[in-house]
Design a protein around this ligand. Structure first.
Ligand SMILES: [Fe+2]
Ligand SMILES: [Fe+2]
Length: 279
């Protein structure tokens, strides 16, 4: 895998550590020290290289989705082949993370489409299997084409991003109108935007928001970028915030039995998705 982390799960674990429930603000400031060098180097690359030009190029490259035709379950099994050079005994496989997220949502009695959002939310990480570097697949996402908020983790690394010195992209609103709505805003490229593009026409709007913005921590956790949101975004972000703890904290000691759960999830998948999707 191309990147400074041993696996993309290291990024997920880093974020969960940052937002550990009950963690004090002072402890929170220490997260940088706790970050291992691989994660820090990963953010250095991500923040320097996710530019407006890069995002537009990736949207053009992956927009038409012609790499693969796969059903959802097939994509889950394919993603599972990403696991795991590093730590096969303790690390949960990708499929288990998806199932634990979905099962925790199901246990709390949320709508079926939200359970399904939990099941598919990280399938965009198949980008890793097609040779995309880690910095272009995972990481906190943020708008491009306007100034980087200092509420994005490791904001100092944006100094190395050429857009930070661009006459328009470096301004508060950049290329955008005030409260234009996030649908008009280009986000840094990664697994969130990709899975949103692949699944959008089959899922209700709150699920689309959950998939598209689940790594947009500067907004859903830190309250940044309200000046680009419209009222629809603000309403929908209550769903994104409802979703986030299931993504971060559903890792449990009991590993889900994927084969036992498969009939339930195959039914759920068939309720919303065609047998094959274009990826
Ligand atoms: Fe994710
Ligand atoms: Fe996740």
């Amino acid at each position: 895998m191309t990147g400074p982390m041993q696996s993309v799960e290291q990024w997920d674990e880093f974020v969960a550590g940052r937002y550990q429930p009950g963690k004090e603000k002072e402890q929170f400031r220490n997260y940088r020290a706790e970050a291992n060098p691989g994660v820090t180097e990963f953010y250095r690359q991500n923040h320097a290289l996710q530019t407006m030009d890069f995002v537009l190029a990736k949207k053009a490259e992956f927009g038409p989705h012609r790499r693969a035709s796969m059903g959802i379950w097939e994509a889950m099994e394919y993603l599972n082949t990403l696991v795991d050079e590093s730590d096969p005994d303790t690390d949960l496989s990708q499929i288990e993370h998806l199932m634990q997220t979905a099962e925790a949502i199901r246990r709390d009695g949320h709508p079926r489409w939200m359970v399904l959002a939990g099941l598919v939310h990280d399938l965009g990480k198949v980008l890793c299997l097609w040779g995309e570097p880690q910095w272009a697949v995972v990481g906190d996402t943020f708008p491009v084409g306007c100034a980087h908020s200092d509420r994005i983790v490791f904001p100092e690394f944006f100094e190395a991003n050429p857009d930070s010195h661009h006459p328009v992209y470096s301004t508060e609103y950049g290329i955008y109108e005030p409260n234009c709505g996030l649908d008009k805003v280009h986000m840094s490229w990664g697994h969130d935007e990709f899975i949103y593009q692949v699944t959008r026409e089959h899922l209700p709007e709150p699920a689309q928001y959950m998939l598209r913005y689940h790594s947009f921590y500067a907004a859903h956790r830190e309250g940044a970028y309200d000046h680009l949101m419209n009222d629809r975004d603000r309403e929908m972000f209550s769903w994104v915030r409802l979703f986030n703890p299931y993504d971060l904290y559903s890792k449990g000691a009991d590993r889900p039995d994927a084969q036992a759960l498969r009939p339930y999830y195959e039914d759920l998948i068939a309720e919303y998705f065609p047998a094959q999707l274009a990826w």
